[in-house]
Design a protein around this ligand. Structure first.
Ligand SMILES: *[C@@H]1O[C@H](CO)[C@@H](O)[C@H](O)[C@H]1NC(C)=O
Ligand SMILES: *[C@@H]1O[C@H](CO)[C@@H](O)[C@H](O)[C@H]1NC(C)=O
Ligand SMILES: *[C@@H]1O[C@H](CO)[C@@H](O)[C@H](O)[C@H]1NC(C)=O
Length: 451
């Protein structure tokens, strides 16, 4: 069995065990995202084939998608409309979604991005980034895009949205990109969004990017891209609130889930935090981070809970990353019940990560990082247990570690932990972290309700 399919299988089995185990022991349903966004049934249903869509993998269906969505937008039906994508491969250029719609991918349905990048539309930079993330100026519109929407559902029977990212990765590798690569799906300024039971494959850049959104549920998704595909982050909630991600398998070339909130002076001015973010029962692999906060954190990031995370072959298991010039308050972050197997570093919290949009960032805009709880972590093959590097003029406080066992292959010359400019406490942590953290939770080092 190929390692990927073995992993996917392991994920389903563990998800099943987890579900049953929890149900039996607690005598209750497992905690889920349900309730954050109501699942709507749409009476009005149309099919992409009603608009001339042809699923032969060759015909370009841009007109069919745009006309179908135009019909949903302008011929409003009570309760919204479902757009059905039957089995088949529907090649298309990028398109916009509209409010009150369900994009439903049947089993065997594939919405496939064209590899002809010449006429790919451009959109303005995000105000909280001031420019494209990788190139100055505008950016290529995401393959599936939405701005100012509400009540949007992307679901079905695990059909596939395929970004055919290779052509974009090669432009990045050859340094021929004129603008920042497109996300696979970006929803801006939108609320009441559900993305579930869909497979995302080979995104040109980040996979799922909710930005300036609220009430977003993402569950039962599979996100895959090759390990060496550049910047193919799985899910990046960005300046968004009440986002719940659960029961998903993600294996990509960059962070699996990264919570963000804007970049340096642009993010500070736009001042839009991410808060109330839940990440639960996520499994996957990444050469970078499993669960990340940052590195773009300028609007602040608060109230994040990540739990029941299984990571195999990752760069850094849990990574909080920010930088000088970022500003922003990172506070009340809890990560618990993490299993990791083969990691370069188990836990990393650092204030010197990520680049700047330009030279105009304010070096005195220091991030504030406090109240970070990491508990119940078990790791095997973790080469270095942890790195905790705060900033000299802005030490990270309330860093609380408990019940953490990271077994590894640390050589005699690699200290298991490295710490500077941090304070907090560590209890039941092996290998033992460092003298900056006290060995009890007394003296207010950690909030009493953290454990
Ligand atoms: C799609 O949305 C973008 C950004 O909101 C807009 O610039 C573009 O004109 C829209 N395209 C279509 C075909 O509606
Ligand atoms: C789709 O895949 C998920 C796993 O990601 C699975 O839990 C779910 O049952 C599948 N849904 C359908 C409709 O096949
Ligand atoms: C901290 O975040 C959790 C969610 O992880 C939330 O339930 C709790 O109310 C937050 N605490 C404070 C003091 O905001």
């Amino acid at each position: 069995m190929r390692p990927l399919s073995a992993l996917i299988l392991a994920f389903f089995v563990s998800a099943l065990l987890l579900k049953n185990g929890r149900g039996a022991s607690a005598g209750a349903e497992p905690v889920t995202c349900s309730g954050i966004v109501p699942m709507r049934y749409r009476n009005d249903k149309i099919s992409i084939t009603d608009f001339g869509g042809v699923g032969d993998g060759v015909t370009l269906n841009t007109k069919a998608f745009r006309e179908a969505i135009y019909r949903i937008e302008h011929l409003k039906r009570r309760g919204g409309t479902l757009l059905y994508i039957p089995p088949g491969v529907f090649l298309t250029e990028s398109f916009n979604l509209t409010s009150h719609m369900t994009l439903y991918l049947a089993q065997g349905a594939v919405i496939k991005a064209t590899t002809d990048t010449r006429n790919w539309p451009l959109v303005a930079p995000l105000p909280s980034y001031g420019r494209g993330r990788e190139r100055p100026g505008g950016r290529y519109m995401s393959f599936i895009h939405g701005d100012g929407l509400r009540d949007v559902i992307i679901t079905g029977e695990n059909g596939t949205i395929d970004g055919q990212g290779e052509v974009w990765w090669n432009m990045w590798r050859q340094r021929t990109l004129l603008y920042t690569r497109p996300n696979l799906i970006e929803l801006m300024n939108s609320r009441s969004i559900i993305i579930s039971n869909v497979i995302f494959k080979n995104s040109p850049f980040w996979n799922i990017h909710p930005v300036y959104c609220s009430n977003v549920v993402i569950n039962y998704v599979t996100i895959v891209a090759p390990t060496d595909s550049p910047n193919t982050d799985g899910i990046d909630p960005d300046s968004s609130t009440h986002v719940c991600i659960e029961d998903s398998y993600i294996s990509t070339g960059d962070d699996l889930v990264a919570v963000k909130s804007g970049w340096d002076e642009y993010g500070i001015a736009y001042n839009r935090p991410s808060h109330d973010i839940t990440i639960r029962r996520v499994t996957g692999s990444s050469p970078f981070a499993g669960i990340a906060i940052g590195s773009e954190t300028s609007g602040g990031i608060q109230n994040v809970l990540a739990e029941h995370i299984n990571l195999y072959n990752v760069g850094v298991g849990i990574h909080l990353k920010t930088n000088i010039g970022r500003g922003g308050l990172i506070r009340n972050i809890t990560v618990s019940n993490v299993y990791m197997e083969n990691a370069r570093q188990g836990i990393k919290i650092a204030g010197d990560v990520g680049d700047h949009p330009d030279e105009n960032y304010n070096p005195n805009a220091l991030p504030v990082v406090k109240e970070v709880t990491i508990k119940d972590v078990w790791g095997y093959g973790v080469k270095q247990a942890g790195l905790l590097h705060g900033l000299k003029n802005a030490p990270f406080t309330g860093i609380c570690l408990s019940n953490i066992n990271l077994h590894g292959s640390t050589g005699p010359r690699t200290p298991p932990w490295k710490c500077s400019d941090v304070s907090g406490a560590a209890v039941g942590v092996s290998p033992w972290p460092c003298s900056q953290l006290t060995s009890t939770f007394h003296a207010g080092a950690c909030s009493s309700n953290a454990f």
